[in-house]
Design a protein around this ligand. Structure first.
Ligand code: X2X
Length: 340
């Protein structure tokens, strides 16, 4: 009897030794991935792609479940970053805007009119500035893996076409959670009010707010034309990149092989998100704008002179926030954009 027990123990030890390293590590049955919007949007679709790639390539060892609507923090997108650090969220694809309250450097992308075109976004995220931002995120306790994109945030409202800052006077705009947006809209003479994306849609529907700003992929997938958003101005004042991250402890619990799989899948999914986010918005293919016009939306394209008036009106916000973000980082970004 004793001999049999001993044999069983020995064979159990032998079996354990024969298992690949991954099977010995404690993996959770499910990992929670947070996004603001679901799979009808490039952003949420990116989450689905990432999860599927990882599940396939790890043979199900890493099973990622998507939690859109920032449901793990009850829809409060400005609390997402803290929840990742605390382990309430295991993985996330987050907008630089939503994490800006905790990581002030991320406000870089919200500096009004910093990035005039897609090449400018790439010059930042794919260059030295992107690397520096990733280092900052690491210092803030998360593991950054890849860049994605929400997109250029265009201005919509229910009242009138906007061609000049004066046209914004008195209009109430829903803005996102970082104070820089309040200051930008105030500088333009508008009346900004801060709220989550979950609250924004009913507020637009009821007319509690007149307008909002979001990329066109969000505008169309959320059908904002059905909540009174009849006027759209393409002003390209700000674009928010997305960042793929993993909680530090969760990352450390995975084998180097699995870490590599998760990282490569994030890069691949990120690339696909950027492609989806830009579809129909890069000349010569501007079919996305035609799609929005087809919904009965009046689309204003600013002339360079008209755009310059918005740049001028928001310059003091830019200068003030450059100091908060870090003058060296902002200078590096401006130089990278100039050299694009
Ligand atoms: O809340 C928004 O406007 C959204 C969906 O674009 C972000 O999460 C930044």
């Amino acid at each position: 009897m004793l001999r049999r027990t001993l044999l069983m123990t020995l064979s159990a030890v032998a079996l354990t030794a024969a298992l690949p390293a991954a099977a010995q590590t404690k993996y959770a049955p499910e990992y929670r991935l947070s996004t603001v919007v679901g799979t009808a949007f490039p952003w949420g679709k990116g989450g689905e792609i990432w999860a599927n790639l990882v599940r396939e390539r790890t043979q199900g060892r890493i099973n990622i479940k998507l939690y859109p609507g920032v449901s793990l923090v009850a829809g409060d997108q400005t609390r997402e970053f803290t929840a990742i650090r605390q382990g309430v969220i295991d993985l996330a694809i987050g907008s630089t805007i939503n994490w800006s309250p905790q990581v002030k450097e991320l406000n870089l992308f919200s500096l009004p009119f910093l990035m005039p075109d897609y090449k400018a976004i790439d010059a930042l995220t794919q260059g030295e500035v992107g690397k520096e931002i990733f280092k900052t995120l690491e210092k803030n306790g998360v593991v950054p893996l890849a860049w994605g994109e929400n997109g250029y945030r265009e201005l919509s409202n229910s009242k009138r076409p906007i061609r000049t800052p004066e046209d914004m006077k008195g209009l109430k705009f829903r803005v996102v959670g970082s104070p820089i947006f309040n200051e930008t809209f105030t500088a333009l003479g508008a009346n900004p009010t801060q709220m989550s994306w979950a609250d924004a849609q009913p507020a637009l529907a009821s007319g509690a707010v007149d307008g909002q700003e979001n990329p066109l992929t969000i505008f169309t997938a959320a059908k904002l034309h059905t909540v009174g958003q009849k006027y759209l101005t393409l002003w390209g004042y700000v674009a928010d990149p997305l960042i793929f991250v993993v909680n530090k402890e969760v990352w450390a619990s995975w084998t180097p092989e699995d870490q590599k799989i998760v990282r490569e899948a994030a890069v691949e999914a990120g690339r696909q998100v950027i492609e989806m986010a830009r579809k129909g918005l890069v000349p010569p293919d501007l079919s996305m704008i035609a799609t929005v016009e087809g919904l009965g939306v009046n689309v204003v394209k600013l002339t360079p002179e008209e755009r310059a008036a918005f740049v001028k009106a928001t310059r003091k916000v830019y200068d003030k926030w450059a100091k908060t973000i870090g003058p060296d980082l902002v200078k590096k970004a401006e130089q990278a954009i100039a050299a694009r």
